[in-house]
Design a protein around this ligand. Structure first.
Ligand code: TSX
Ligand code: MN
Length: 595
């Protein structure tokens, strides 16, 4: 098979990995539909995939109960010095980590096929795109990579033309002895799982997990952790952001990139349909944005992915109808429940709870059963092209020019619905201090405030203090062409614990105000925390919300905000000497404005 690969670096790497992992076979992927069908046929035959009668060409997988999510405490940024990885990352020296992992990789693919998966993050040939090659022993990973990235032999042609690639090595860590029967979801025990990144040499080594971000290495590992380090070196941005296009009734387009921590409804916002007349919203991406300064001096964004790896529980025709219409066919479901008539089900999909299901562990489930029928982190893998509101420019190699950045979090109090940064530097401060209250969906105490700067805490591939400085530097380069920056909170509650803002489609009203700010159509009110909308400037037409509720939603309490300062100081202190002076200055200015 190596005859098909002319690139010397790739050939050598394939040979080296094969010698170490000792697979029975090597298969070079081409990315065709026939190949996807072949892999899925293999997964059906082995009993790993369950065909769904109700959804054409769609399949359900059940993972091992120990392999259900990203494993942050087994994720490493392995730079030559610990300080380069910074306080938000786990660190082991490269030589030591490689030594440990080589021990695990030795013979780890025995009894299995080694798949070589050439892929592009971003449209093939776009100047913003990057090439990766994942080696994996999991056919489930091959199928997911087909949907989530552009797997293609065209990528090999780009390598022949002199482009470089990022090697991404993955093994589930479950070799098979001769005659040994495979299990439904092979993987390694938690203490042997490693998700390792070597940003100084653009290299990824993952071992022991078959799940999502641990195994589909183009996504979090390449497109965020490795890409963020490359972006810092090369002067661009790799961010954990959705991208959407808003069009106003006059036909003017606005492009928005938004970063939220988990459990804030990022995918829902990415596919949101406006409730205000004449406005249109289209999806470009729901998770990752790569942005470069174009010849026009503006920031242009692409979505490096080609699919959605979305959390299923909570997704419904009420919360995200466009996602529901995206996942009707050609979908991989993981850890959802199975209905008796051959469909998937999850908590929050509709009001009717079936009287009988097979739960995500493969056991009978009834409404009286203990625990959820679907795992809270159950997923759908869906082609982005199937989204009914995918933007016609979602694969434009030039990207789309970003007008607005949004940061946000889930706060039941203190933080108003929306405010605007005074300046780029103030906006960087808002990103750097972004925080969210934990929910049932997170681990840890419910209602506890967690700082997740730029929603990048688990995904920044270098010292986060330097990351903040990189954002200040980008602002300097962009000058007057920099996007405007806003902060939102859809989740403020009243004294009775009721949400004050209807959210979802009505968030378009907030986005409209942002567009009008960009066009200088409306003035804003200065407040200590930033610029607030004037009462009449949020379009509430057709909404049944009282003026008292709006006041409560927009209230900025000096007392509550002063109480935030020590927490921000503690957060900043974790970055030590690497904390940019500009962030200290912003904090001082906030404190002064609060009086
Ligand atoms: O995704 C959400 N968004 C963004 C939508 C574009 N969610 C779901 C969060 C969990 C992932 C929201 N939940 C949003 C929101 O704007 N707002 C809320 C809170 C909320 C929930 C229910 C109602 C109102 C607000 N109303 C009724 O249930 C009728
Ligand atoms: Mn994400």
């Amino acid at each position: 098979m190596n005859s098909a690969v002319k690139n010397e670096k790739l050939n050598n790497w394939i040979k080296e990995v094969a010698e170490m992992c000792q697979p029975d076979d090597i298969y070079l992927c081409s990315g065709t539909k026939e190949e996807y069908d072949l892999m899925m046929a293999k997964l059906l035959a082995s009993g790993s995939a369950i065909p769904l009668k109700k959804r054409p060409n769609s399949f359900l997988f059940r993972s091992d109960p120990s392999d259900v999510a990203r494993v942050e405490d087994r994720t490493y940024i392995s730079t030559s010095s610990k300080d380069e990885a910074g306080p938000t990352n786990n660190w082991v020296a490269p030589a030591e980590l490689k030594n440990t992992m080589k021990g695990l990789y030795k013979g780890c693919m025995k009894g299995r096929t080694m798949y070589v998966i050439p892929f592009s993050m971003g449209p093939i040939g776009s100047p913003i795109s990057k090439i990766g090659v994942e080696i994996s022993d999991s056919p489930y990973v091959v199928c997911n990579m087909h949907t989530m990235t552009r797997v293609s032999s065209k990528v090999l042609e780009l390598l022949d033309a002199g482009e470089d690639f990022i090697p991404c090595l993955h093994s589930i860590g479950a070799p098979l002895a001769k005659g040994q029967k495979d299990v439904q979801w092979p993987c390694a025990p938690i203490e042997n799982k490693y998700i390792s990144h070597f940003p100084e040499e653009n290299l990824i080594w993952s071992y022991g997990s078959g799940y999502g971000g641990n195994a589909l290495l183009g996504k979090k590992c390449l497109a965020l952790r490795i890409a963020s380090a490359m972006a810092k070196r090369e002067g661009w941005l790799a961010e954990h952001m959705l991208i959407l296009r808003l069009t106003n009734p006059e036909g003017k387009q606005y492009h928005i990139a938004a970063a939220f921590p988990s459990a804030c409804g990022k995918t829902n916002l990415a596919m949101m349909q406006p409730s205000i007349k004449g406005w249109k919203c289209e999806c470009i991406g729901d998770d990752i944005a790569w942005m470069k300064i174009g010849t026009d001096g503006r920031l242009h964004a692409i979505n490096p992915e080609s699919g959605f790896f979305g959390v299923a529980p909570g997704t419904s025709y009420d919360t995200n109808p466009m996602a529901m219409d995206t996942i009707k066919e050609n979908i991989i479901f993981t850890n959802c429940a199975l209905t008796d008539d051959g469909d998937v089900w999850w908590e929050g999909i509709n009001d009717a709870v079936p009287s009988h299901l097979i739960d995500w562990k493969g056991h009978d489930w009834t409404p009286d059963s203990q625990g959820d029928a679907a795992h809270p982190n159950a997923r759908f893998t869906a082609p982005a092209a199937q989204c009914p509101v995918i933007c016609k420019d979602w694969e434009n190699p030039k990207g789309v020019p970003i007008d607005i950045f949004i940061f946000g979090g889930r706060r039941s109090s203190v933080v108003p619905l929306v405010y605007e940064a005074y300046s780029w530097d103030h906006g960087v401060f808002l990103g750097a201090t972004a925080a969210s209250e934990t929910t049932f969906a997170n681990i840890g105490a419910v209602g506890h405030l967690r700082r997740d700067p730029f929603a990048m805490k688990p995904f920044c591939g270098y010292n986060m203090g330097d990351y903040f400085q990189h954002w200040f530097n980008m602002g300097e380069k962009l000058g007057s062409k920099a996007p405007r920056i806003f902060y939102v909170n859809w989740f403020r509650k009243n004294q009775d614990g009721k949400y004050l803002w209807p959210g979802f489609s009505d968030n378009s009203r907030v986005l409209k105000w942002m567009c009008e700010r960009v066009d200088n159509k409306v003035n804003a009110e200065k407040s200590p925390i930033g610029l607030l909308p004037k009462e009449a400037d949020i379009d509430l037409a057709g909404l049944n919300i009282s003026s008292e509720n709006m006041k409560e939603l927009m209230e900025v309490s000096l007392k509550e905000w002063k109480a935030e300062i020590p927490d921000i100081e503690n957060h900043f202190a974790t970055f030590g000497k690497r904390l940019p002076e500009s962030l200290k200055k912003q904090l001082k200015e906030l404190a002064a404005r609060l009086g």
